[in-house]
Design a protein around this ligand. Sequence first.
Ligand SMILES: Nc1ncnc2c1ncn2[C@@H]1O[C@H](COP(=O)(O)OP(=O)(O)OP(=O)(O)O)[C@@H](O)[C@H]1O
Ligand SMILES: [Mg+2]
Length: 473
Amino acid sequence: MAKVLIVDDEPGMRRILDVNLRRDSHVVVEAGGAAEAADLIKREDFDVVLTDQKMPDGSGLDVLRAVQEDDPTTSVIFLTAVGTLELAVESMKLGAFDFLTKPFAPDVVRAAIRRASERTALLRENAALKTAVQKLEGADEILGESNVMRRVREFIGRVAGTNTTVLITGETGTGKELVARAIHRNSLRAKKPFIAINCAAVTETLLESELFGHERGAYTGADRARSGLVEAAHEGTLFLDEVAEMSPAAQAKLLRVLADGEIQRVGSTVTRRVDVRVLAATHRNLAERVHDGLFREDLYYRLAVVPVHLPPLRERSEDIGVLCRALCLQIAEEMKVPAKPISGAAVAKLTNYSFPGNIRELKNLLERALILGQDAELQPEDFFLQPPASIASAPGMEITVESLAAHLPKRLDLRKTMAQLERALIVRSLDFAKGTQAEAARYLGLSRSDLGYKIGKYGLAPVHEERAVSNFG
Ligand SMILES: Nc1ncnc2c1ncn2[C@@H]1O[C@H](COP(=O)(O)OP(=O)(O)OP(=O)(O)O)[C@@H](O)[C@H]1O
Ligand SMILES: [Mg+2]
């Protein structure tokens, strides 16, 4: 349903159009000439303007101009008896959405209005989103120009104002808490408390009483009644960090908060109403935990209403340059040391690193480099990257089909992905072998010539054979 302005000097024509458009439940307003139309356009908001070309007091182009001055997202359709090609081309060039000739088939006009109102809706949605993203409080702290980080900021803009539960996943240091705080800051609850609790850091019994509070004598040592964090977060946001680590009992109680907005303190039968928005984060694959019977399925679905995944830094290495520059300034200010530019070679070195600790690790590396670096610019040797002693024994480096398939993207090009994986593993192995091809080949279970061939195929940098020391045991 759209709000349509019909502009035509012939009352009969306006009536036919009016009747046809109302069949699609559009709201229709009529203007008998260009001047009246211009006036209405200023005063009311239309989705679509359908205008005659030649009228006694002006032309369709005048109407188009009035629309563009007022709100260019409104779509304009010309309907004209003098359908010359020149005029059609001219009006489209000036920004008209469509050009129809009289006499017209009602279906053609109705379809054109439908398409025009869809275009208007799309343009307006985009514009709204853009301002929402620009207005995001503190979202500029969430750095990164990769598509996925842009989408994360856009996502925050979309969900912040709603009360929906968001499940934030990602490896350690990818910014899960940062995202949770940004959602809170941009929500209607921004002035109310943001209460974060790390579910992994407290014991099972304590977690329950931390979250829900307890009555006096609920357990040994509970000499006073106490309210819990859920109550403290009333009207605000409750951030459940490491949510996968919750005990079954706490999970059951949390489910009740989400489903009914009700809590019971430990040792109490009194039900209290709370209004909290829950945000949760985990570095684990929660769906897998459900499958393994470690996490309640019903709770999982309540938490994962809107999931968002923050990819590891090594998968968005195009962000590293931007991050380095911005974080350097941030750190320099915090640490009261002068900021320094970072050399291209240093960025290149970091780009090839796997960052198991993600952005937190990058921040630590930059901090050390800023404090200890001797040069006016940050150089590769200022960054001490600590590869694990050996790939094979490094925790978390074990590659299983399950771990690779845990986060399936929307679309997958298997051939390309396999090639990327092969390339990445070769780069890592060469890195470990400090460029010694023979070592890397042995590690990968390839012959030297096979590895040499693949190095050529992927255009990898020539390696230094003379380097004797490697990381392989
Ligand atoms: N996109 C980003 N832009 C700028 N800083 C970031 C970004 N992502 C993370 N950081 C910074 O990196 C550090 C780690 O982020 P955060 O604590 O949110 O990670 P996390 O995912 O919660 O990690 P963990 O699972 O270990 O708790 C913080 O100092 C945060 O400010
Ligand atoms: Mg965290």
